[in-house]
Design a protein around this ligand. Structure first.
Ligand SMILES: C[C@@H](Oc1cc(-c2cccc(S(C)(=O)=O)c2)cnc1N)c1cc(F)ccc1N1NC=CN1
Length: 329
């Protein structure tokens, strides 16, 4: 098994090459079948695929990130960087990385991930909203809190490994299944990879930057630490307890920056129990040093989960009480 994909000249990525003391599997292309396009991103496409597993004579469902061919060398190195990063992580709340697949013929590179049958977290919570008055959602506040705990545990692992994600959001989390045994995992590391593009944020203008999930020191001064991820996690809690509303309904990125810089914060939602909203507000402290770390966030979420009466069902009124902005379809 080659360690470095042959079509990536070692010279362009050699700094990373020394880092990969553990092997990254380069899976033969003939073992991979792309079944269904799941989505497209700036870098390429994502497919639902199958990996022929001869040893166990069965096919393994996988997610395949397919880099668009003929893309600049830098993008290839970035995807390889993402692969190296992912290959080092091993945690129940971080999506599993299976390997890469390179191909001299069409110069393409695949990144293989475990397939999370429940899809992304934001879509799931929006789909789970009560559809009409007096029809409660089948999700309880406990379910929402459990999802928050899963994401917090994944973030705690990243914090322990001194890894700053830079784009923690419900859209970048995945579910093992939609059923009651669902587990949420952090599923996409694209933004962390883009740190290689130093002027990524300014070059692509504001639209590319997840301003609504960022603390003032990040969108004002470009400062990113684990306290950046804590702020974003507070917004994920708000997303969970609004069942997938867009934060700061009706505000543009520019207005959000002015509002947050001026001390404005996301409002409490009818759904979120007080201790959960108090935790969100701590994550949004203007001074990063006063924000909790993920270890204490996990402890607090577990305390709330065990002590608070949260089995009440979520009603239509709980959700509709929140002013949703027009593009929040
Ligand atoms: C890269 C991609 O990875 C995956 C997507 C889906 C997945 C995503 C959506 C729907 C389905 S499904 C249930 O229809 O198979 C599976 C399942 N497993 C993955 N490992 C991903 C990771 C994330 F953290 C967030 C969104 C996406 N994408 N990329 C393109 C679409 N979503």
């Amino acid at each position: 098994q080659s360690l470095v994909p042959s079509n990536l000249a070692v010279s362009s990525i050699s700094p990373y090459y020394e880092w990969t003391e553990d092997k990254i599997r380069d899976i033969p292309r003939k073992k991979i079948t792309l079944v269904k396009l799941l989505g497209t991103g700036a870098f390429g496409e994502v497919y639902y695929g199958m990996l022929a597993d001869v040893s166990r004579r069965k096919n393994l469902p996988i997610a395949v990130k397919k880099l668009i061919t003929l893309c600049p060398e830098q993008t290839k190195a970035e995807l390889f960087f993402e692969a190296i990063t992912l290959s080092k992580f091993s945690h129940p709340n971080i999506v599993r990385f299976l390997g890469i697949s390179t191909d001299e013929m069409d110069q393409s590179m695949y990144l293989l991930l475990e397939l999370m049958e429940g899809g992304d977290l934001r879509t799931f919570i929006r789909e789970s909203r009560p559809k009409q008055p007096n029809e409660p959602s089948y999700l309880t506040l406990h379910d929402l809190l459990k999802l928050g705990m899963d994401v917090a545990r994944g973030c705690q692992y990243l914090e322990q490994n001194k890894f700053i994600h830079r784009d923690i959001a419900a859209r970048n989390c995945l579910l093992t299944e939609k059923g009651p045994n669902r587990v949420a995992k952090i599923g996409d590391f694209g933004m962390a990879r883009d740190v290689l593009r130093t002027n990524y944020y300014r070059k692509n203008g504001r639209a590319m930057v997840p301003v609504k999930w960022m603390p003032p020191e990040s969108f004002l001064d470009g400062i990113f630490t684990s306290k950046t991820d804590i702020w974003a996690f507070g917004v994920v809690l708000w997303e969970l307890f609004t069942m997938g509303h867009v934060p700061y309904p009706g505000k543009s990125n520019d207005n959000v920056m002015k509002y947050v810089k001026g001390g404005g914060r996301l409002e409490q939602t009818p759904l979120s129990p007080h201790p959960v909203y108090d935790l969100m507000m701590q994550c949004w402290h203007v001074n990063p040093d006063f924000r909790p770390n993920f270890a204490s966030v996990v402890d607090e979420l577990e305390r709330i989960y065990n002590e608070e009466e949260l089995s009440s069902l979520i009603t239509y009124e709980d959700i509709m009480g929140i002013p949703s902005n027009t593009c929040d379809k």
